[in-house]
Design a protein around this ligand. Sequence first.
Ligand SMILES: [Ca+2]
Length: 472
Amino acid sequence: MILRLIPVLILVLGSPLGAKEKYNVLFIISDDLTSTVLGCYGNKICKTPNIDRLAAQGTRFTRAYCQATFCGPSRASLMFGYYPYASKATGYTSGRKEIGGDKDSWAQHFKKNGYHSARISKVFHMGVPPDISKGSDGADDPESWDEAYNSKGPETKVPGLAEMLSHNPGGLKKGTGSSQSFNVVEAEGDDLVHSDGKTAQKAVKLIGKYKDMEKPFFLAVGFVRPHVPLVAPKKYFDPYPLSKIVLPPKIPGDQNDIPRNPANKRTTANYEMDLAQQKGVLRAYYATVSYMDTLVGKIISALESTGQRNNTIVIFTSDHGYHLGEHDLWQKVSIHEESAKVPLIICVPGKKPAVCNSLTELIDLYPTISKLCSLKIPGNIQGKDISAMLDDPTVKVRDAVLSSGKGRLLRTEKWAYLDYGKTGELYDMKKDPKQYHNLFNDAEYAKVLSDMKEKLKAKLAEISEHDLVKKR
Ligand SMILES: [Ca+2]
């Protein structure tokens, strides 16, 4: 009873514990960024000092997984808190229409609970490059925001050295090609020419404005790089001459035990890339990552210079991972480790920096950040509160994670089971973390396989029986 009276008393007496005393939330989401290129995740060539600094100040998760390995369903899932399998929000433009009007998105939940909610650029799905070139909303959810801004940019239509590195044998075609190819432009001009530069500039402006606002803010900032086209100011390419680029090891026969299916079709052979073109892709990807990293730094600096760093939770992640030649695979959709795992850093003021190896999912962000900001966690969302991991990185909340693309991934600490119906892949992640030896057809592992199949079946049943229509 006494505890119940405290909020009333605070209200009456006008205690200093006003709304502004709540943490602000700065949520930064990159697009198609794999953790393997970040310095803080072990990359020695690609330069990401700003993200590395953020990681050193917060908790860096080494086993965080997206719920879908391409933009639309992953973003709908993390923003609404439902597995794509359960909500049927599985398409590129999925979102509100599948989830229903009675559900609150993560941002909307904050908006309804005393926060000023804002979006800059791609948070829900946007087509890159088409929506970016037009400056249009894509599959945005307007109900989530008090204010929302798009960052129109020229993408490949910018002066500079342009080339098309995939689907271009011998490099005979000049300029750039179709939108999902590896189009590269070493662009003339500065950071502000491009969409992401404008996104960071707008974020800095809003953070300055919010300093004097009565309410706390929930600011979601979406960068579109390193999604293709691989366009960045030329200076970001300079630290990465081709001679410095090292491709992932090519293991003889590596592809032979990977089922040929839509999940695994983005191969070096299908992309018709020679070795120099493959290295060129890594070089350009690194350049766009370094560009994006610089912009992350600008936004964090704005928090610091306006005195808001100490009362703002900062989250950095990506919508899914990406292949850069591992198993001779490229880009996304695959449910292998590089594509399903995401970088995730959560930085809560006053908490000790840590590295957390426990399994987590992107849908855990919604309940976790709600908890950290003392908001009620909606009863029927499917993520789990992992805030205890931020106090003790050895805490485990999940014994398995689920992801999907053109197939389903169930990942425990020891096993990764990639299910495509009749075919599949099974890896011992302790002995074979790079997933070179598929044990799916190995009789010695028949029991493990049947256990993983059962676990997956049980998990899918559990989440699809979840009461998606229950009112909050
Ligand atoms: Ca994406």
